[in-house]
Design a protein around this ligand. Structure first.
Ligand SMILES: [Zn+2]
Length: 700
């Protein structure tokens, strides 16, 4: 677990208690129910108020008064916040992030306890000037401001202002490259800021090697609070001289998509211009916006992500969050995402005063379920540690000041900015764990073991008391008819299913299943009788949701193909057609004929494996006790988490746009890779090779 809040305060409490019992109470001592030791710490767009707790307090009221340079009030005192015990996971050091004010203004704060409904005396006041909008006004780049900032949150940043702002960042900062991922239905650019130090790597593949993080903003056009945070953060990352920032950017690449739904933002609608809720489309990718994002995930391979929203519940927490819960998400990804939320965000929120909580938070209703169409779940099914982020859309009981529109907008945006920075810090400190979770997830997915669930979530147990929210999201257990205990080896699609015209996109025109599978980055093997999508690959949990007849929101009814080769088999084996081996032991040489395909899981082959001119070779969680020679393959090659006695020769394979994968594999012998187009890659999971390697595989 993470660093706890200061023991300093606990110690000073002990001292105070010791003093008060050892000596007579001075005449001017504070009443026992008065809040003491109030401090105000300034950060970007918010002030962390901290105080010594009062025994028996039910809650606390936070009062803010605008003052001038002489500390004379210029407005009425207002209770801007209510601290409740379930606001934070620890109780000995209460904190409250006050936000919503105009950054740079000066205020006086006081805090008082309430016992039941009885108000206790206010603390002594503290006065401070808040932090001005980030960036020195005299430093080029730092002095850029969004429309939202210059209008003091009266206006959201327009599309054209966004493009000018991001283009200026691109021009002025060596750390930033703005790339266009695609266009919206109405032809607005979908831009992504690629940010690294001193410069971002040159290609998506090179960026993928930096274990990048991705922040997605404004998928719902009428939820723009996080978008403004994305834009401010881009400026900070581009121009900050803070060693923390340069250190972060030296160790990873930050990918920021400020406006995935530009048409929805321009029209202030939840969906895109066709009315489609894009956060119900990330698996189906019927729309150009979601397609652009999913292609980005394929090419840049982020290892962690956040997806920003606003949430209509005004009663409780500031920052509802939720991990990918779909039960087909690999356990290590769920666990790591939970660690990011409950291990990191809850602990850091208790320090900064922000109230992170499980989505729903208090009386949240039927939210946060298992639809794989939601980016949170789609990314989890793509082995990305990630979380949903909801910004509470309005004030309410715990933030009574936020009937004021500008104040409410600023609180939302700066709470998102805090979260995104915490996300980067988490990646920096827990990078090794995130990468290990990803490795374990990919290997377990490729092993194709365990049941498949078409809809249904992992439970989110309540955090131990005082948990930061009253109610975790609903259980959402999978119904029996949406569970498949016996997973197939692959799905087979006909040419009509694979290449046929579709009508499920804008204007009644949809991309083909083939194009969508390519966008997801799945491997496909074409034989004389159809197109096979094997499950022994990293997105095993997502494939059936789109291709199985039981899929709730599927693309087509693929045919389940079960293994034909299981158990023990002695003597030479010649593979023709599409052959799937699972839990098999083959004692003898295996030869894959030209035009044939071999897919294995949990299989041991004793003898050489030779494939010349095969369409596909996909080995996962398997052992080859002998040399492996795969040459002139035409469609796809994947070797994940295998053990090969070696030597291994991958040569002369020309697999179109589908790069051969060799990942997490141990080779006891030399590895030869020559003349392959494209060049093999390792998904970020290193191989162990005991012999020499040739150039194409030197870095694998
Ligand atoms: Zn939303």
């Amino acid at each position: 677990m993470r660093r706890q809040r200061p023991t300093v305060i606990a110690v000073s409490t002990l001292i105070a208690i010791t003093l008060s019992t050892a000596a007579p109470t001075p005449a001017n001592a504070a009443p026992p129910d008065q809040v003491s030791a109030l401090t105000a710490h300034q950060a970007d767009g918010y002030t962390t108020l901290a105080w010594q707790p009062v025994d028996g307090a039910t809650d606390y009221q936070i009062e803010r008064t605008p003052v001038d340079a002489d500390n004379t009030p210029t407005g009425a005192p207002t209770v801007v916040g209510i601290w409740r015990p379930n606001r934070q996971i620890n109780q000995q050091a209460p904190t409250f992030a006050d936000a919503g004010y105009n950054p740079g203004d000066t205020f006086q704060w006081r805090v008082r306890a309430r016992t039941g409904t009885t108000e206790q005396p206010y603390s002594d006041p503290v006065t401070a000037t808040t932090t001005a909008p980030w960036g020195n006004p005299d430093t080029p780049g730092q002095n850029l401001r969004t429309q939202w900032e210059t209008t003091h949150a009266a206006q959201y940043t327009s599309d054209t202002d966004e493009y000018a702002y991001t283009a200026a960042i691109d021009t002025l900062s060596d750390r930033v490259r703005v790339v266009e991922l695609g266009r919206t239905v109405q032809n607005r650019p979908i831009n992504m800021l690629v940010i690294g130090h001193p410069t971002p790597a040159a290609t998506p593949a090179a960026i993928a090697a930096t274990a990048p993080v991705a922040i997605n903003c404004n998928v719902h056009g009428n939820e723009p609070g996080d978008r403004e945070a994305c834009l401010i953060m881009a400026r900070q990352l581009a121009f900050s001289t803070d060693p923390r920032i340069t250190d972060l950017l030296t160790h990873t690449t930050v990918l920021i998509v400020p406006t995935i739904n530009g048409d929805g933002r321009a029209n202030n609608t939840r969906g895109n211009s066709t009315g489609q809720d894009l956060n119900r489309d990330y698996s189906l990718i019927r729309q150009p916006e979601t397609t652009a994002y999913i292609r980005m995930v394929r090419d840049y391979r982020p290892v962690a992500g956040y997806d920003g929203h606003e949430f209509g519940n005004s009663r409780a927490g500031d920052l509802p969050m939720l991990p990918p819960r779909h039960q087909n998400v690999a356990q290590p990804i769920f666990d790591q995402s939970q660690d990011m939320i409950e291990g990191h965000m809850y602990a850091k929120g208790a320090e900064a005063g922000w109230w992170a909580c499980p989505y729903g938070c208090e009386g949240g209703g039927n939210v946060g379920l298992s639809e794989e169409t939601i980016l949170r779940n789609t990314l989890g099914l793509k082995n990305v540690t990630n979380s949903l982020l909801e910004l509470r859309s309005s004030g309410g009981q715990t933030r009574p000041d936020e009937g004021n529109t500008a104040n409410n907008r600023r609180r939302k945006t700066y709470s998102a900015l805090w979260t995104f920075h915490q996300f980067l810090d988490y990646h920096r400190t827990d990078r090794a764990d995130i990468l290990q979770a990803r490795t374990n997830a990919i290997e377990s997915q490729a092993a194709n073991t365990g049941r498949l669930v078409f809809r249904g979530s992992r439970p989110i147990p309540a955090h131990p008391a005082p948990h930061p929210g009253d109610s975790p999201p609903p259980l959402d257990a999978p119904p029996a008819d949406l569970i498949l205990d016996n997973a197939p080896c692959a799905y087979k699609l006909t040419d009509a299913q694979y290449n046929g015209a579709r009508t499920d996109g804008p204007g009644g025109i949809g991309t083909t299943v083939a194009q969508r599978i390519t966008a997801h980055g799945w491997k496909v093997i074409k034989t004389g009788d159809g197109y096979y999508v094997p499950l022994n690959q990293p997105e095993r949990g997502l494939i059936p949701l789109l291709l199985d007849t039981k899929g709730v929101e599927k693309l087509t009814d693929g045919e389940r193909v079960y293994p034909t080769l299981t158990g023990r088999r002695n003597g030479p084996l010649v593979v023709s057609g599409f052959t799937c081996a699972d839990d098999a032991t083959i004692n003898g040489p295996v030869t894959v004929r030209p035009g044939a395909a071999l897919v294995t899981t949990a299989t041991t082959i004793s003898g050489p494996l030779t494939a010349t001119g095969a369409v596909g070779i996909m080995l996962a969680d398997s052992t080859i006790n002998g040399p492996v020679r795969i040459t002139n393959t035409t469609d796809t090659i994947s070797v994940i988490d295998a053990t090969i006695a070696g030597p291994v020769d991958l040569s002369g394979n020309t697999t179109g746009t589908d790069a051969p994968v060799l990942a997490g594999t141990t080779i006891r012998g030399p590895l030869t890779c020559t003349g392959n187009n494209p060049t093999p890659h390792n998904l970020g999971i290193a191989n162990t090779v005991h012999g020499p390697r040739t150039t194409q595989c030197a870095a694998l």
